[in-house]
Design a protein around this ligand. Sequence first.
Ligand code: FMN
Length: 343
Amino acid sequence: MKSELTRLLDIEIPILSAPMGGAAGPDLVAAVSNAGGFGVIPLWGKPVDQVRQGIAEVRALTDRNFAVNLNLSFPYEEQLKACIDAQVFAVSLFWGMEPSAIEIAKAAGLIVMVSVGSAAEAKLAADAGADIIIAQGWEAGGHVWGQVATMALVPAVVDAVNVPVVAAGGIADGRGLAAALMLGASGVWIGTRFLASTEATIHETYQQTVLGASENQTEWYRDLYDVAWPDAPHRALSNATSRKWHMAGTPAPGNRPGEEEVIGQSPNGKAVVRYQSYTPLPGTTGDVEAMSLWAGQGVSLVRDILPAAEIVRAIYQDAKTAMQSGQAKLPDSDSRSSSSENN
Ligand SMILES: Cc1cc2nc3c(=O)[nH]c(=O)nc-3n(C[C@H](O)[C@H](O)[C@H](O)COP(=O)(O)O)c2cc1C
């Protein structure tokens, strides 16, 4: 049975891998699409030739559909044009609302996904022609656009629009997929779980820290890390850097302890300084634990590193089992009177 979402994307499994700048490269995106889900590759903030190259790299690994993720806080017009010229199947737009970008992509025949943090934004995007809405809850890892938790956001967005809604934030296993569907979503958009995939392009220490973290070890920060665009709150794992900052009374940028301190080097030999927005890649040296380790609250559900295709299959299968087994049961509403009758 196909849903409107799986029909639109021509996929079998309603699991989308979230674009994760620095962590989700062509291998991860293609693996998810090849497994019957849908991969999304972040190519924002890059020169046009690198956008073309990123698209070509995914295409070399899969003939299935995928989307290119663009950040509306950066110049995106030429990058969008490159996506159109390359006839990518879909674009995913985040961090802002640009009806004109939606219209341009739609007019060129692309499927358009828009990430939102409220029902009002979802309506604006759908009215401008968006095909799919990504409702990103506050639990999410990485850059967090809204303030509303997934549990409350998803049904509010579902009620506001007539297009498929995909739930994001805190979803990392089959129970999360089943719950999102019960809230009215048509699928899920998963980031943190895929950090612990064999295809994620992140440093081993980052991956191991994710595996060991509990649900209360991430924090939402307005401006702890120096994100490359203004006003960009984020969620990351608490670490030596955040503890240092808390101990100093959470001062604003400019007054944080240890600013400009070099804490490591990227694989190309560039210094990584404390508070830098830097996703540690394999080959990074230095104090990796103290770098910006983006992760969502669902991190406590991530306990093993698996190939992305296995993650997709396990989440789908576990959701199916949970839904078919009827393991969630409501007590009979008349149980009170019947139990008193028994007394
Ligand atoms: C390491 C990391 C990097 C991210 N980078 C991006 C990005 O480049 N573009 C984007 O739209 N969202 C980005 N996000 C947010 C995800 O798209 C998604 O909303 C989030 O991961 C969902 O919540 P979850 O992490 O609990 O699964 C990032 C998330 C993480 C964890």
